[in-house]
Design a protein around this ligand. Structure first.
Ligand code: BGC
Length: 732
């Protein structure tokens, strides 16, 4: 973990700092903006203007950024004016490091960063899906696998994990993080930091928990939008995953784009200096989000780039991502006294410490042959990609046990998404290779003996009636693969209507009207509003974007080789208009009921479609004999869970609490622990979960942590809705 920099390492950093000129110090705070071969440099604003003026299309930009040779500012690297770059292949990484190490005056290595969000080549499930496995060891292992592949390519810094608590499914970035719950988000954050950073065999990388903070609270689920969050909500809901990541020793943190109560995070002294660096004791460095320092001018909080740079460095942003503002303006700012050498030294010291901890001074280069080894993925990586995909699948509905399907059933697979390798990877997968990806259709065909494919319709485009007719005529059962493309979630991909996109509902209506049994296999990067589908489609399998082994994972569940055990890491609304909707909301004075004048919508009621923590299995679990014991420092909750069905299956037993009366209104339920078990048919296990009393408090607006005496309700169950409950009165 990053915190453990030894005394001699700290001394090394201090000495180096003492040798640096002002320019060289500023260089360390600079992560260069992008430019492309041919001398074409641009800012984000320039590009967007060109798109608006019709000079270039978004597709052309995408192609260019994917295919063009990135041009690196080698002269600046040589003169020590660059501290960090983005790169993604071993050869380029070595070439750049060689210039930094051998040609710059002080030979300071570059910090090479990249967005490795859910895997490098071995893409594993999007975080929203993986969190539903409720398995910290798995979260850690997949992170370790990603670090192994990326560090072999010279990447030493992942802009991950994304741990924004996200309560509004319209926000496209819900796909990148572990969902709506602060506790699950914290478990996920810790595991990812460990997985990235703790592998001291040489293939560890610096984690960058992001986006700090409350980015997920963007108004209306609209990306980049303003956020208005009270301090208590900030501390209780949005901060916990970051606190956990910092405690686990995360080496860096990325500030978010949004403004928090009027102050963009890029210049937010309260959030960065007071809370993150002082209160949480974060000892790594903070990087801005891409172009975010410049955007402070657009926000209207900085008069110009100089002012934006001054405000950002003073607020605690140690590294500027992609604007060159620090590089261009900090020297003058120090000379004019708008910032100080002390502030700059602190930033540089933090950055150099991370480089030292990464071993870059001693070992800046990578062995290009090791990188080549991943030309073919190792079996253990494929196995882990499959396991994580299987464990992320959530069975939402299974009327009359339609699933699992028999391997010799006559199956018509429909849906354009089913056959496309690019659709298994999801948002923010940047290094996937088609040769590694197993589309759903390929997976089903490799197990099913009687499978035919009819694309019929995708998220875009019309329904092909002839194909629908053939699918209905030829299949005894129809597997409809529907949902969102990989590019419908992720950054800037907010949706106002989160039903099935395009004409896919029409497709389902036609299939259902045929009377044939239909299984909906969902591929998506956010919770969807599926009221109609829930009412009419007999079986629904939530498969998200599961990564390279998606096809095999889905097939193993469809045919019963794997019994699904995933749970939802986010609430599913009935209609888009219910967003934001999350289980751990404060109580109203008139909680939703089926009567008027309560907190309920007249057109869709008050309940979600599927609650947080929900997920079925091919077997059933019964919960009995819930007991609660109160010891000096902890509560011990136990419940008997029995597998009452006829298949082996796993179940995530969840523990929730409610502080019934407190000095501020508390959530109706809060997840406080979970345990995943696996039971044979007929087997029973007493599941014990402890809850430390010191964890039962909350923060007030002054940021004080309070443990208030009174009555608490403790719940145990298989999801956030269906629980057994016990009451306890506590004095702290
Ligand atoms: C995103 C970050 C990402 C960065 C670098 C930004 O647009 O918000 O999540 O890490 O780009 O690619």
């Amino acid at each position: 973990m990053f915190k453990q920099l030894s005394e001699s390492e700290q001394e090394f950093v201090k000495e180096l700092l003492g040798k640096m000129t002002l320019e060289e110090k500023i260089g360390q705070t600079n992560q260069t903006s992008l430019s492309f071969a041919g001398g074409f440099t641009f800012t984000f604003d320039d590009l967007m203007k060109m798109v608006e003026e019709g000079k270039i299309t978004l597709d052309e930009i995408r192609k260019m950024t994917q295919e063009a040779e990135l041009e690196y500012p080698v002269d600046d690297i040589r003169t020590g004016l660059v501290g960090s770059v983005m790169a993604r292949d071993a050869k380029k990484a070595n070439e750049l490091q060689r210039i930094a190490m051998e040609e710059s005056r002080l030979g300071i290595p570059l910090l090479i960063g990249f967005d490795v969000i859910h895997g490098y080549y071995s893409v594993y499930p999007i975080a929203l899906a993986e969190a539903g496995a409720f398995e910290p060891e798995l979260f850690e292992e997949t992170a370790r696998m990603a670090a192994r592949e990326s560090r072999a390519n010279g990447i030493v810094w992942h802009y991950a994990p994304m741990i924004d608590v996200a309560r509004d499914a319209r926000w496209g970035r819900v796909s990148e993080g572990p969902g709506e719950d602060p506790y699950l988000g914290s478990v996920f954050a810790r595991a990812k930091v460990r997985g990235f950073q703790n592998n001291r065999d040489g293939s560890y990388v610096a984690a960058c928990p992001k986006h700090y903070i409350a980015y997920g609270a963007c108004e209306g689920g609209l990306d980049y939008n303003t956020t208005n969050v009270s301090n208590s909500l900030l501390y209780n809901a949005y901060l916990p995953p970051f606190k956990a990541a910092v405690e686990e020793g995360a080496a860096t943190v990325m500030a978010s784009f949004n403004d928090l109560n009027g102050i963009p995070l890029t210049v937010n002294k309260f959030a960065l200096r007071q809370v993150l660096k002082e209160k949480l004791g974060f000892s790594g460095f903070v990087v801005s989000d891409a172009s975010a320092i410049r955007e402070c001018v657009v926000h209207g909080i900085a008069a110009d780039e100089y002012d934006a740079g001054v405000q950002a460095i003073n607020a605690g942003v140690d590294m500027d991502m992609a604007t060159d503002i620090y590089k261009n303006h900090l020297s003058k700012a120090v000379a004019e006294g708008h910032t100080t050498m002390e502030v700059l030294d602190e930033a540089v010291c933090r950055i150099l410490s991370v480089k030292k901890w990464l071993g870059l001074f001693e070992n800046p280069y990578v062995d290009e042959d090791t990188a080549n080894q991943f030309e073919t993925l190792p079996d253990e990586h494929i196995k882990l990609a499959l396991e994580s995909a299987q464990k992320s699948i959530v069975l939402l509905k299974n009327e009359n046990n339609i699933l699992p399907l028999s391997k010799d059933a006559k199956i018509s697979v429909v849906g354009a998404l089913a056959s496309k390798p690019e659709e298994v990877v999801g948002a923010w997968a940047l290094n996937w290779r088609a040769k590694d990806c197993v589309p759903i259709l390929d997976g089903i065909k490799s197990v099913g003996q009687n499978v035919k494919y009819f694309p019929c319709c995708g998220p875009q485009g019309d329904v092909n009636q002839d194909e629908v007719d053939s699918a209905i005529a030829e299949g005894d059962v129809i597997v409809a693969v529907v949902g969102e493309t990989s590019s419908m979630s992720g950054e800037s991909k907010s949706r106002a209507d989160i039903g099935l996109p395009g004409k896919q509902k029409e497709l389902l209506e036609k299939l259902i009207a045929s009377g044939k049994p239909v299984v909906a296999v969902l591929m998506n990067g956010r919770p969807l509003a599926l009221s109609w589908e829930d009412q009419h489609v007999p079986a629904i399998l939530e498969c998200w974007h599961l990564g390279i082994q998606m096809g095999n994972a889905v097939a193993s569940v469809l045919f019963g080789d794997h019994n699904p055990g995933g749970k939802l890491s986010s609430t599913f609304p009935r209609l888009s208009g219910q967003c934001p909707i999350y289980y751990n909301h404060p109580n109203t004075g008139r909680p939703g009921r089926k009567i008027p004048f309560t907190a309920s919508y007249i057109d869709c009621g008050f309940e979600p479609l599927y609650p947080f923590g929900y997920g079925l299995s091919y077997t059933e679990f019964a919960y009995n004999d819930f007991t609660l014991a109160s010891g000096p420092d902890r509560l011990t909750a136990s419940v008997k869970v029995a597998n009452t069905g006829d298949r082996k299956g796993s179940e995530t037993v969840q523990l929730y609490m409610r502080d019934v009366t407190a000095s501020i209104v508390r959530p109706v339920k809060e997840l406080k622990g979970f345990k995943k078990i696996c039971l044979e048919p007929g087997e029973e296990e007493t599941v014990v979960i402890e809850l430390f009393k010191s964890d039962m408090g909350f923060y007030n607006d002054a940021g004080e942590y309070l443990l208030e005496d009174g009555i608490f309700h403790i719940f145990m169950g298989g999801n956030s809705r269906d629980c057994l409950m016990a009451e306890v009165e506590l004095e702290f």
